[in-house]
Design a protein around this ligand. Structure first.
Ligand code: AMP
Ligand code: MG
Length: 292
């Protein structure tokens, strides 16, 4: 071995393994929102550099994915990143800092709000299907079909016998997607109740953050235990190998952003992507270019 030791300590276990939620019953109280599993640096100060350092590899892999989609629109793989979390958990921050490493042309981003009148005329998966990533794309869902077993359940927007059937439906839906070539990565951004309070209070202290403040968030905050129960059930029931859940500790924004970027890198790296072969005679084309 040479004396020039590698500086970054690569995690001995992949981050995907560290953050994958184990199958079985889930207790949100048992998941530490301020932990930093697998973080290779010292702390907040080196996080932006470590996150940016993932950029070149993520970006190359994404370009390969995109290229496959251009050459094989029928069969090329896709990636779907589902982001869920309580208000202030940082879905927007993750999109900016982790997904921001990728060429925007390769991304299909959809934010799901309360359904529009048109969306309400259809089943809950209708708008989800319409937003699925195309060949070679990375789809990002800022909220998702999981709202249909979260807010819908907590706020009694449909009857229990309706939402309670959705876990199995969602599993079948996601298994079908995986089967047809979509790599699904579901991230639950786990912010603690205390940290959420601090973030909401901060928004009220800063006029540049008023736009992020929604008085309704305080009403959902009041229903925290009901939300945690709803999360526990969906995390337990919809944590399949075809569409696994990762729980990302989100009290430290710098860790959260790095972790999702690294998860994306590992996901893409694990897809055995290759550059599409030329669909023309390379040597003949070289001669043609040379002759011009
Ligand atoms: P935000 O992500 O902060 O812009 O807020 C979007 C809002 O839309 C949240 O309050 C969600 O709970 C709500 N929302 C998203 N999906 C649904 C759904 N299927 N049914 C009802 N409300 C939803
Ligand atoms: Mg909000």
């Amino acid at each position: 071995m040479s004396s020039s030791k590698k500086k970054s300590k690569a995690p001995s276990k992949s981050l995907s393994k560290l953050l994958r939620l184990p199958q079985g019953p889930v207790s949100m109280a048992g998941l530490d929102a301020s932990a930093t599993p697998g973080y290779p640096g010292k702390g907040k100060a080196d996080a932006p550099a470590l996150t940016e350092a993932l950029g070149p590899q993520v970006s190359d892999l994404q370009e390969m994915l995109y290229a496959s989609g251009r050459s094989n629109p029928e069969t090329a793989p896709r990636v779907l990143v589902v982001l869920q979390g309580m208000d202030t958990s940082g879905k927007g921050g993750v999109i900016r800092h982790a997904m921001g490493l990728v060429d925007p042309q390769g991304i299909d981003l959809t934010a799901f709000k309360a359904p529009t009148p048109q969306e309400r005329e259809h089943k809950y998966l209708w708008r989800i299907r319409k937003a699925l990533p195309g060949a070679g794309k990375i789809g990002i869902f800022d909220r998702s079909h999981y709202e249909d077993v979260l807010v819908v359940r907590v706020e009694n927007l449909v009857a229990e016998d309706v939402w309670s059937k959705r876990y199995d439906e969602i599993n079948r839906f996601e298994a079908g997607l995986a089967e047809s070539g979509t790599r699904i990565v579901k991230c639950m951004l786990n912010v603690s109740a205390d940290e959420q309070k601090a973030r909401l209070a901060e928004r009220l202290e800063d006029p540049t953050k008023y736009w992020k403040y929604n008085p309704a968030d305080v009403d959902s905050r009041a229903k925290w235990p009901a939300y945690m129960e709803a999360y526990e059930e969906l995390l337990e029931k919809c944590n399949t190998d075809a569409a696994p859940w990762y729980v990302i500790p989100a009290d430290r924004k710098w860790y959260r952003n790095w972790a999702v970027a690294e998860l994306l890198r590992e996901t893409l790296a694990g897809m055995q992507l290759t550059w599409p072969a030329a669909e023309f005679d390379v040597e003949a084309e070289k001669l043609r270019v040379a002759a011009t």
